[in-house]
Design a protein around this ligand. Structure first.
Ligand code: GBH
Length: 481
Protein backbone atom coordinates (compact mmCIF):
# COMPACT_ATOMS: atom_id res chain seq x y z
CA UNK A 1 0.00 0.00 0.00
CA UNK A 2 1.62 3.20 -1.23
CA UNK A 3 1.36 6.28 0.98
CA UNK A 4 1.47 9.87 -0.22
CA UNK A 5 4.06 12.30 0.97
CA UNK A 6 3.38 15.52 -0.94
CA UNK A 7 -0.06 16.90 -1.78
CA UNK A 8 -0.68 17.45 -5.47
CA UNK A 9 0.27 20.83 -6.96
CA UNK A 10 -2.36 20.45 -9.69
CA UNK A 11 -5.46 22.62 -9.75
CA UNK A 12 -9.08 21.48 -9.54
CA UNK A 13 -11.09 22.24 -12.69
CA UNK A 14 -12.55 25.77 -12.80
CA UNK A 15 -16.16 24.60 -12.38
CA UNK A 16 -15.39 22.10 -9.58
CA UNK A 17 -17.67 22.65 -6.55
CA UNK A 18 -16.72 22.41 -2.87
CA UNK A 19 -19.11 22.02 0.05
CA UNK A 20 -19.52 20.82 3.61
CA UNK A 21 -22.21 18.61 5.15
CA UNK A 22 -24.25 18.00 8.30
CA UNK A 23 -27.50 16.19 9.13
CA UNK A 24 -30.57 17.43 11.01
CA UNK A 25 -30.47 15.17 14.06
CA UNK A 26 -26.72 15.69 14.48
CA UNK A 27 -26.83 19.50 14.61
CA UNK A 28 -30.31 20.99 15.03
CA UNK A 29 -31.32 20.28 18.63
CA UNK A 30 -34.71 21.85 19.44
CA UNK A 31 -35.95 18.27 19.59
CA UNK A 32 -39.42 19.16 20.92
CA UNK A 33 -39.57 22.87 20.08
CA UNK A 34 -42.45 24.64 18.32
CA UNK A 35 -44.43 21.54 17.43
CA UNK A 36 -41.74 19.17 16.19
CA UNK A 37 -42.77 15.51 16.48
CA UNK A 38 -40.69 12.72 18.00
CA UNK A 39 -38.46 10.72 15.67
CA UNK A 40 -36.67 7.38 16.11
CA UNK A 41 -33.41 9.01 17.22
CA UNK A 42 -35.21 11.07 19.89
CA UNK A 43 -36.85 7.86 21.01
CA UNK A 44 -33.68 5.73 20.80
CA UNK A 45 -31.45 8.15 22.75
CA UNK A 46 -34.16 8.70 25.38
CA UNK A 47 -35.08 5.05 25.89
CA UNK A 48 -31.74 3.27 25.19
CA UNK A 49 -29.21 5.64 26.85
CA UNK A 50 -26.92 2.62 27.27
CA UNK A 51 -26.62 2.35 23.47
CA UNK A 52 -25.00 5.79 23.12
CA UNK A 53 -21.67 6.69 24.73
CA UNK A 54 -22.28 8.74 27.92
CA UNK A 55 -26.02 8.50 27.27
CA UNK A 56 -25.63 11.55 25.00
CA UNK A 57 -28.58 12.79 22.91
CA UNK A 58 -29.23 15.24 20.09
CA UNK A 59 -31.73 17.18 22.24
CA UNK A 60 -29.66 20.36 21.91
CA UNK A 61 -26.68 19.27 19.77
CA UNK A 62 -25.17 22.35 18.05
CA UNK A 63 -28.47 24.19 18.60
CA UNK A 64 -28.65 25.01 14.89
CA UNK A 65 -32.45 25.27 15.19
CA UNK A 66 -31.87 28.51 17.09
CA UNK A 67 -28.44 29.46 15.72
CA UNK A 68 -28.73 28.88 12.00
CA UNK A 69 -27.49 32.37 11.20
CA UNK A 70 -24.27 31.36 12.93
CA UNK A 71 -24.09 28.35 10.62
CA UNK A 72 -24.51 30.66 7.61
CA UNK A 73 -21.66 32.88 8.88
CA UNK A 74 -19.33 29.87 9.09
CA UNK A 75 -20.31 28.66 5.63
CA UNK A 76 -19.66 32.15 4.24
CA UNK A 77 -16.31 32.34 5.93
CA UNK A 78 -15.27 28.99 4.44
CA UNK A 79 -16.45 30.18 1.04
CA UNK A 80 -18.24 26.94 0.17
CA UNK A 81 -20.21 26.68 -3.05
CA UNK A 82 -22.92 24.58 -1.40
CA UNK A 83 -24.12 23.28 1.94
CA UNK A 84 -25.41 19.73 2.24
CA UNK A 85 -27.87 19.41 5.15
CA UNK A 86 -30.99 17.35 5.82
CA UNK A 87 -34.61 18.13 6.64
CA UNK A 88 -36.05 16.79 9.86
CA UNK A 89 -39.19 15.03 8.59
CA UNK A 90 -40.91 15.27 11.99
CA UNK A 91 -40.17 19.00 12.27
CA UNK A 92 -42.22 19.53 9.11
CA UNK A 93 -44.76 16.69 9.51
CA UNK A 94 -44.87 15.86 13.25
CA UNK A 95 -46.74 12.59 12.71
CA UNK A 96 -44.90 11.68 9.50
CA UNK A 97 -48.19 12.00 7.58
CA UNK A 98 -49.64 15.20 6.09
CA UNK A 99 -52.55 15.30 8.52
CA UNK A 100 -50.51 17.89 10.44
CA UNK A 101 -48.12 20.45 8.97
CA UNK A 102 -45.93 22.26 11.47
CA UNK A 103 -45.76 25.86 10.20
CA UNK A 104 -42.90 26.75 12.56
CA UNK A 105 -40.79 23.95 11.10
CA UNK A 106 -41.62 24.97 7.54
CA UNK A 107 -40.68 28.57 8.33
CA UNK A 108 -37.41 27.49 9.91
CA UNK A 109 -36.29 25.80 6.70
CA UNK A 110 -37.66 28.60 4.52
CA UNK A 111 -35.69 31.20 6.47
CA UNK A 112 -32.57 29.09 6.49
CA UNK A 113 -32.70 28.30 2.77
CA UNK A 114 -33.31 31.97 1.96
CA UNK A 115 -30.33 33.00 4.10
CA UNK A 116 -28.12 30.51 2.27
CA UNK A 117 -29.24 31.74 -1.15
CA UNK A 118 -28.78 35.39 -0.15
CA UNK A 119 -25.20 34.52 0.71
CA UNK A 120 -24.52 32.70 -2.54
CA UNK A 121 -24.54 29.23 -0.97
CA UNK A 122 -26.46 26.55 -2.88
CA UNK A 123 -28.59 24.28 -0.66
CA UNK A 124 -28.06 20.52 -1.23
CA UNK A 125 -30.94 18.97 0.65
CA UNK A 126 -31.26 15.39 1.91
CA UNK A 127 -34.86 14.36 2.65
CA UNK A 128 -33.96 11.50 4.98
CA UNK A 129 -30.83 11.27 7.12
CA UNK A 130 -31.95 8.50 9.52
CA UNK A 131 -34.59 10.35 11.61
CA UNK A 132 -37.88 8.55 10.86
CA UNK A 133 -40.96 10.03 12.57
CA UNK A 134 -41.72 7.71 15.50
CA UNK A 135 -45.36 7.08 14.46
CA UNK A 136 -44.02 5.45 11.27
CA UNK A 137 -41.84 3.17 13.36
CA UNK A 138 -44.94 2.18 15.30
CA UNK A 139 -46.26 0.60 12.09
CA UNK A 140 -42.95 -1.22 11.55
CA UNK A 141 -40.69 1.38 9.96
CA UNK A 142 -38.89 0.78 6.65
CA UNK A 143 -39.54 -2.97 6.38
CA UNK A 144 -43.24 -2.06 6.04
CA UNK A 145 -43.93 -1.54 2.30
CA UNK A 146 -46.54 1.13 3.20
CA UNK A 147 -43.65 3.49 3.84
CA UNK A 148 -43.05 3.78 0.10
CA UNK A 149 -46.26 5.72 -0.25
CA UNK A 150 -45.84 7.71 2.94
CA UNK A 151 -42.33 8.79 1.94
CA UNK A 152 -43.57 9.78 -1.51
CA UNK A 153 -46.14 12.11 0.07
CA UNK A 154 -43.46 13.65 2.31
CA UNK A 155 -41.14 14.11 -0.68
CA UNK A 156 -43.88 15.85 -2.67
CA UNK A 157 -44.53 18.13 0.31
CA UNK A 158 -40.84 19.07 0.50
CA UNK A 159 -40.58 19.73 -3.27
CA UNK A 160 -43.71 21.91 -3.08
CA UNK A 161 -42.54 23.88 -0.05
CA UNK A 162 -38.85 24.35 -0.88
CA UNK A 163 -38.33 23.43 -4.52
CA UNK A 164 -38.40 26.96 -5.81
CA UNK A 165 -35.05 27.57 -4.10
CA UNK A 166 -33.61 24.05 -3.74
CA UNK A 167 -32.13 22.71 -6.99
CA UNK A 168 -30.19 19.73 -5.62
CA UNK A 169 -32.13 16.99 -3.84
CA UNK A 170 -31.02 13.75 -2.25
CA UNK A 171 -33.71 11.30 -1.18
CA UNK A 172 -31.90 9.04 1.33
CA UNK A 173 -28.57 9.22 3.12
CA UNK A 174 -26.82 5.83 3.28
CA UNK A 175 -29.77 3.42 3.21
CA UNK A 176 -27.28 0.62 3.89
CA UNK A 177 -26.70 2.07 7.39
CA UNK A 178 -30.40 2.65 8.01
CA UNK A 179 -31.11 -0.96 7.14
CA UNK A 180 -28.07 -2.80 8.52
CA UNK A 181 -27.71 -0.95 11.82
CA UNK A 182 -31.39 -0.08 12.31
CA UNK A 183 -33.22 -3.25 11.24
CA UNK A 184 -30.48 -5.90 11.02
CA UNK A 185 -27.97 -5.56 13.85
CA UNK A 186 -30.12 -3.29 16.02
CA UNK A 187 -27.11 -1.16 16.97
CA UNK A 188 -28.72 2.13 15.85
CA UNK A 189 -32.26 3.55 15.90
CA UNK A 190 -34.82 2.03 15.91
CA UNK A 191 -32.72 -0.80 17.39
CA UNK A 192 -34.45 -3.74 15.68
CA UNK A 193 -32.39 -6.96 15.58
CA UNK A 194 -33.65 -9.02 12.64
CA UNK A 195 -30.44 -9.80 10.82
CA UNK A 196 -30.71 -11.60 7.51
CA UNK A 197 -34.30 -10.48 6.97
CA UNK A 198 -34.98 -7.01 8.41
CA UNK A 199 -32.21 -5.25 6.48
CA UNK A 200 -33.30 -6.75 3.15
CA UNK A 201 -36.97 -5.84 3.63
CA UNK A 202 -35.92 -2.34 4.74
CA UNK A 203 -33.80 -1.80 1.62
CA UNK A 204 -36.55 -3.13 -0.63
CA UNK A 205 -38.96 -0.43 0.58
CA UNK A 206 -36.29 2.28 0.41
CA UNK A 207 -35.37 1.43 -3.20
CA UNK A 208 -39.02 1.79 -4.21
CA UNK A 209 -39.55 4.89 -2.08
CA UNK A 210 -36.50 6.54 -3.65
CA UNK A 211 -37.74 5.73 -7.15
CA UNK A 212 -41.21 7.11 -6.35
CA UNK A 213 -39.70 10.39 -5.12
CA UNK A 214 -37.49 10.57 -8.21
CA UNK A 215 -40.42 10.08 -10.59
CA UNK A 216 -42.58 12.57 -8.68
CA UNK A 217 -39.82 15.15 -8.99
CA UNK A 218 -39.20 14.30 -12.61
CA UNK A 219 -42.84 14.50 -13.67
CA UNK A 220 -44.41 17.09 -11.35
CA UNK A 221 -41.59 19.45 -10.42
CA UNK A 222 -38.64 19.31 -12.81
CA UNK A 223 -40.53 21.05 -15.64
CA UNK A 224 -40.94 24.20 -13.51
CA UNK A 225 -38.21 23.87 -10.88
CA UNK A 226 -35.46 22.43 -13.13
CA UNK A 227 -33.33 20.94 -10.37
CA UNK A 228 -31.73 17.53 -10.02
CA UNK A 229 -32.19 14.60 -7.68
CA UNK A 230 -30.29 11.53 -6.55
CA UNK A 231 -29.61 9.23 -3.59
CA UNK A 232 -26.54 9.17 -1.31
CA UNK A 233 -24.87 5.75 -0.94
CA UNK A 234 -21.91 4.94 1.26
CA UNK A 235 -19.11 2.50 0.67
CA UNK A 236 -15.49 2.04 1.49
CA UNK A 237 -13.01 0.49 -0.93
CA UNK A 238 -12.50 -3.28 -0.63
CA UNK A 239 -8.98 -4.26 -1.63
CA UNK A 240 -8.13 -7.91 -2.33
CA UNK A 241 -5.63 -9.22 0.26
CA UNK A 242 -3.63 -10.80 -2.59
CA UNK A 243 -3.94 -11.14 -6.34
CA UNK A 244 -5.17 -14.71 -6.03
CA UNK A 245 -8.41 -15.34 -7.90
CA UNK A 246 -10.14 -16.22 -4.62
CA UNK A 247 -9.25 -12.96 -2.87
CA UNK A 248 -10.15 -10.91 -5.95
CA UNK A 249 -13.52 -12.63 -6.14
CA UNK A 250 -14.09 -12.04 -2.41
CA UNK A 251 -13.26 -8.32 -2.73
CA UNK A 252 -15.60 -7.91 -5.70
CA UNK A 253 -18.32 -9.77 -3.77
CA UNK A 254 -17.84 -7.37 -0.84
CA UNK A 255 -18.28 -4.40 -3.15
CA UNK A 256 -21.44 -5.94 -4.58
CA UNK A 257 -22.95 -6.57 -1.13
CA UNK A 258 -21.74 -3.32 0.46
CA UNK A 259 -22.39 -1.01 -2.48
CA UNK A 260 -24.08 -2.92 -5.31
CA UNK A 261 -26.98 -3.82 -3.00
CA UNK A 262 -28.23 -0.20 -3.27
CA UNK A 263 -26.29 0.95 -6.33
CA UNK A 264 -27.05 -1.82 -8.83
CA UNK A 265 -30.87 -1.36 -8.85
CA UNK A 266 -30.45 2.38 -9.52
CA UNK A 267 -27.15 2.94 -11.31
CA UNK A 268 -26.49 -0.23 -13.26
CA UNK A 269 -27.98 -0.44 -16.77
CA UNK A 270 -29.37 -3.92 -15.90
CA UNK A 271 -31.12 -2.76 -12.71
CA UNK A 272 -32.11 -5.19 -9.93
CA UNK A 273 -29.93 -6.44 -7.05
CA UNK A 274 -26.49 -7.78 -8.01
CA UNK A 275 -26.69 -11.36 -9.29
CA UNK A 276 -24.18 -12.55 -6.69
CA UNK A 277 -26.54 -11.39 -3.91
CA UNK A 278 -29.58 -12.95 -5.55
CA UNK A 279 -27.78 -16.29 -5.97
CA UNK A 280 -26.04 -16.51 -2.62
CA UNK A 281 -29.00 -15.42 -0.49
CA UNK A 282 -31.36 -17.77 -2.36
CA UNK A 283 -28.95 -20.65 -1.87
CA UNK A 284 -28.35 -20.01 1.83
CA UNK A 285 -32.07 -19.40 2.48
CA UNK A 286 -32.91 -22.75 0.93
CA UNK A 287 -30.26 -24.54 3.01
CA UNK A 288 -31.60 -22.80 6.10
CA UNK A 289 -35.05 -24.18 5.37
CA UNK A 290 -36.85 -21.00 4.33
CA UNK A 291 -39.70 -21.34 1.84
CA UNK A 292 -38.17 -18.63 -0.38
CA UNK A 293 -35.14 -16.34 -0.54
CA UNK A 294 -34.71 -13.89 2.34
CA UNK A 295 -33.81 -11.32 -0.35
CA UNK A 296 -37.13 -9.95 -1.65
CA UNK A 297 -37.70 -9.97 -5.38
CA UNK A 298 -38.46 -7.02 -7.64
CA UNK A 299 -41.02 -7.52 -10.43
CA UNK A 300 -39.90 -6.68 -13.97
CA UNK A 301 -41.94 -3.45 -13.75
CA UNK A 302 -40.26 -2.50 -10.49
CA UNK A 303 -36.79 -3.11 -11.91
CA UNK A 304 -37.64 -0.80 -14.78
CA UNK A 305 -39.20 1.80 -12.47
CA UNK A 306 -36.11 1.99 -10.21
CA UNK A 307 -33.40 1.72 -12.88
CA UNK A 308 -31.88 5.07 -13.84
CA UNK A 309 -33.54 7.14 -11.10
CA UNK A 310 -30.58 9.49 -10.65
CA UNK A 311 -29.30 12.66 -12.23
CA UNK A 312 -25.80 12.23 -10.78
CA UNK A 313 -24.16 9.71 -8.46
CA UNK A 314 -23.61 10.65 -4.79
CA UNK A 315 -21.10 8.79 -2.70
CA UNK A 316 -20.01 8.99 0.96
CA UNK A 317 -16.63 7.38 1.46
CA UNK A 318 -14.15 7.43 4.32
CA UNK A 319 -11.90 4.39 4.40
CA UNK A 320 -10.73 1.00 3.03
CA UNK A 321 -10.75 -2.66 4.10
CA UNK A 322 -8.67 -5.60 2.93
CA UNK A 323 -10.64 -8.66 1.87
CA UNK A 324 -9.59 -12.31 2.07
CA UNK A 325 -11.49 -15.23 0.65
CA UNK A 326 -12.77 -17.63 3.29
CA UNK A 327 -14.95 -20.75 3.41
CA UNK A 328 -18.65 -19.89 3.43
CA UNK A 329 -19.93 -19.30 6.95
CA UNK A 330 -21.73 -22.32 8.30
CA UNK A 331 -25.46 -22.52 7.74
CA UNK A 332 -27.12 -21.48 10.98
CA UNK A 333 -28.35 -18.11 12.10
CA UNK A 334 -29.16 -16.00 9.01
CA UNK A 335 -27.33 -12.70 8.70
CA UNK A 336 -26.01 -10.19 6.19
CA UNK A 337 -22.37 -10.93 6.98
CA UNK A 338 -22.93 -14.68 6.74
CA UNK A 339 -24.51 -14.05 3.34
CA UNK A 340 -21.33 -12.23 2.22
CA UNK A 341 -18.95 -14.75 3.86
CA UNK A 342 -15.64 -12.92 3.47
CA UNK A 343 -12.94 -12.05 5.94
CA UNK A 344 -12.03 -8.35 6.17
CA UNK A 345 -9.36 -6.48 8.08
CA UNK A 346 -7.57 -3.14 8.09
CA UNK A 347 -3.81 -3.00 7.80
CA UNK A 348 -2.23 -2.21 11.20
CA UNK A 349 0.23 0.14 9.46
CA UNK A 350 -2.56 2.50 8.32
CA UNK A 351 -2.97 5.70 10.33
CA UNK A 352 -6.05 5.72 12.53
CA UNK A 353 -8.55 8.27 13.81
CA UNK A 354 -10.87 8.59 16.81
CA UNK A 355 -13.26 6.13 15.08
CA UNK A 356 -12.14 2.49 15.16
CA UNK A 357 -13.42 1.88 11.62
CA UNK A 358 -11.81 4.95 10.04
CA UNK A 359 -8.25 4.44 8.78
CA UNK A 360 -6.47 6.89 6.49
CA UNK A 361 -6.17 5.20 3.09
CA UNK A 362 -6.33 7.86 0.37
CA UNK A 363 -5.37 5.50 -2.49
CA UNK A 364 -8.49 3.44 -1.68
CA UNK A 365 -10.73 6.33 -2.65
CA UNK A 366 -9.02 6.64 -6.04
CA UNK A 367 -9.56 2.93 -6.68
CA UNK A 368 -13.19 3.15 -5.55
CA UNK A 369 -13.86 6.08 -7.88
CA UNK A 370 -12.38 4.14 -10.79
CA UNK A 371 -14.46 1.05 -9.92
CA UNK A 372 -17.64 3.16 -9.82
CA UNK A 373 -16.72 4.88 -13.07
CA UNK A 374 -16.28 1.54 -14.83
CA UNK A 375 -19.14 -0.37 -13.17
CA UNK A 376 -21.83 2.26 -13.66
CA UNK A 377 -20.93 3.63 -17.05
CA UNK A 378 -18.95 6.82 -16.36
CA UNK A 379 -21.54 8.77 -14.35
CA UNK A 380 -21.13 12.29 -12.97
CA UNK A 381 -20.10 11.76 -9.33
CA UNK A 382 -20.38 14.08 -6.33
CA UNK A 383 -18.56 13.02 -3.17
CA UNK A 384 -21.23 13.91 -0.62
CA UNK A 385 -19.16 13.03 2.50
CA UNK A 386 -15.52 12.45 3.35
CA UNK A 387 -13.71 13.38 6.55
CA UNK A 388 -11.69 12.48 9.63
CA UNK A 389 -12.43 12.16 13.35
CA UNK A 390 -10.35 13.17 16.38
CA UNK A 391 -10.96 14.52 19.90
CA UNK A 392 -12.01 18.00 18.77
CA UNK A 393 -8.74 19.94 19.21
CA UNK A 394 -8.30 23.27 17.35
CA UNK A 395 -4.82 22.45 16.10
CA UNK A 396 -5.64 19.35 14.02
CA UNK A 397 -2.82 18.46 11.57
CA UNK A 398 -4.12 14.87 11.25
CA UNK A 399 -7.42 16.10 9.81
CA UNK A 400 -5.59 18.62 7.61
CA UNK A 401 -3.37 15.82 6.25
CA UNK A 402 -6.38 13.57 5.69
CA UNK A 403 -7.98 16.25 3.50
CA UNK A 404 -4.71 17.02 1.68
CA UNK A 405 -4.13 13.33 0.90
CA UNK A 406 -7.72 12.41 -0.04
CA UNK A 407 -8.04 15.50 -2.21
CA UNK A 408 -4.76 14.55 -3.90
CA UNK A 409 -6.19 11.11 -4.69
CA UNK A 410 -9.33 12.75 -5.96
CA UNK A 411 -7.32 15.02 -8.26
CA UNK A 412 -5.49 11.98 -9.64
CA UNK A 413 -8.81 10.24 -10.28
CA UNK A 414 -10.08 13.30 -12.14
CA UNK A 415 -6.98 14.41 -14.05
CA UNK A 416 -5.14 11.14 -14.65
CA UNK A 417 -7.95 8.56 -14.73
CA UNK A 418 -10.68 10.73 -16.28
CA UNK A 419 -13.30 9.99 -13.62
CA UNK A 420 -16.08 12.58 -13.80
CA UNK A 421 -16.21 13.99 -10.25
CA UNK A 422 -17.87 17.43 -10.12
CA UNK A 423 -18.02 18.12 -6.39
CA UNK A 424 -16.47 17.29 -3.02
CA UNK A 425 -18.13 17.61 0.39
CA UNK A 426 -16.24 17.64 3.68
CA UNK A 427 -17.92 15.95 6.63
CA UNK A 428 -18.44 18.02 8.65
CA UNK A 429 -19.01 21.77 8.90
CA UNK A 430 -18.75 21.49 12.69
CA UNK A 431 -18.42 19.00 15.53
CA UNK A 432 -21.78 17.36 16.18
CA UNK A 433 -23.68 14.40 17.62
CA UNK A 434 -21.83 11.39 16.18
CA UNK A 435 -24.70 8.89 16.60
CA UNK A 436 -23.83 6.06 19.03
CA UNK A 437 -20.43 7.69 19.71
CA UNK A 438 -22.26 10.71 21.11
CA UNK A 439 -19.96 13.74 21.54
CA UNK A 440 -16.77 11.72 22.08
CA UNK A 441 -15.77 11.72 18.40
CA UNK A 442 -15.43 14.96 16.40
CA UNK A 443 -15.47 15.48 12.62
CA UNK A 444 -15.81 19.28 12.41
CA UNK A 445 -13.87 21.93 10.50
CA UNK A 446 -15.24 24.11 13.31
CA UNK A 447 -15.05 23.21 16.98
CA UNK A 448 -18.27 23.57 18.97
CA UNK A 449 -18.15 24.22 22.71
CA UNK A 450 -20.81 21.80 23.96
CA UNK A 451 -20.34 23.04 27.56
CA UNK A 452 -21.35 26.54 26.57
CA UNK A 453 -25.09 27.25 26.20
CA UNK A 454 -24.17 29.51 23.24
CA UNK A 455 -22.53 26.53 21.52
CA UNK A 456 -19.63 28.80 20.57
CA UNK A 457 -18.01 27.76 17.28
CA UNK A 458 -14.29 28.24 16.49
CA UNK A 459 -12.54 27.43 13.23
CA UNK A 460 -9.85 24.72 13.38
CA UNK A 461 -6.53 24.52 11.51
CA UNK A 462 -8.14 22.14 9.01
CA UNK A 463 -10.96 24.66 8.49
CA UNK A 464 -8.44 27.36 7.53
CA UNK A 465 -6.78 24.88 5.19
CA UNK A 466 -10.05 23.87 3.49
CA UNK A 467 -10.96 27.56 3.14
CA UNK A 468 -7.71 28.13 1.21
CA UNK A 469 -8.31 25.06 -0.95
CA UNK A 470 -11.75 26.36 -1.90
CA UNK A 471 -10.44 29.85 -2.68
CA UNK A 472 -7.44 28.69 -4.73
CA UNK A 473 -8.75 25.32 -6.03
CA UNK A 474 -5.26 24.18 -5.08
CA UNK A 475 -3.89 21.99 -2.24
CA UNK A 476 -0.50 23.67 -1.72
CA UNK A 477 0.72 27.27 -1.47
CA UNK A 478 1.05 27.61 -5.21
CA UNK A 479 -0.26 25.40 -7.96
CA UNK A 480 0.95 24.86 -11.51
CA UNK A 481 -0.99 27.25 -13.75
C1 GBH B 1 -21.59 8.89 7.76
O1 GBH B 1 -21.66 7.49 7.78
C2 GBH B 1 -22.92 9.49 8.16
O2 GBH B 1 -23.69 9.83 7.01
C3 GBH B 1 -22.78 10.69 9.04
O3 GBH B 1 -24.03 11.02 9.59
C4 GBH B 1 -21.73 10.40 10.10
O4 GBH B 1 -21.65 11.42 11.06
C5 GBH B 1 -20.42 10.25 9.39
O5 GBH B 1 -20.48 9.21 8.48
C6 GBH B 1 -19.23 9.95 10.30
O6 GBH B 1 -19.36 8.70 10.90
O7 GBH B 1 -18.42 0.98 14.05
O8 GBH B 1 -17.40 -0.75 12.75
O9 GBH B 1 -19.80 -0.77 13.12
C7 GBH B 1 -20.46 6.88 7.38
C8 GBH B 1 -20.57 5.39 7.28
C9 GBH B 1 -21.11 3.50 8.50
C10 GBH B 1 -19.24 4.74 9.15
C11 GBH B 1 -21.13 2.78 9.84
C12 GBH B 1 -19.23 4.02 10.49
C13 GBH B 1 -19.79 1.99 11.62
C14 GBH B 1 -18.78 0.93 11.49
N1 GBH B 1 -20.56 4.81 8.61
N2 GBH B 1 -19.79 2.70 10.34
S1 GBH B 1 -18.61 0.04 12.96
Amino acid sequence: SESLSEPSNKKFPENFQFGVATAAYQVEGGWSDDGKGVNIWDQFTHTHPDSVINGDTGDIACDSYHRYMGDVEMLKNLGVNYYRFSLSWSRILPTGYTNQINEAGVEYYQNFISALKENGIEPFVTLYHWDLPQPLQEIGGWPNPLLEDIFAVYARTAFTLFGEKVKNWMTFNEPKQTCLAGYGLGSAAPGISASGIGEYECMHTIMKAHARAYHIYDEEFRPTQSGRISIVLDTGWYEPASDSEEDMEAAERSLQFEHGWCAHPIYHPDGNYPQVMIDRIADRSQKEGFSKSRLPEFSAEEIEYIRGTFDFLCINTYTTSMVKWTNDYEIGTPGFYADVSVSTYQDPSWNGSASSWLKVVPWGMRKLLNWIDQTYNHPEIVITENGYSDDGRLDDPNRLNYYAEYLTSLLEAILEDGVNVSGYTAWSLMDNFEWTSGYTVKFGLYQVDFDNPNRTRTIKGSGEYYKNVIASKCLVDTCEE
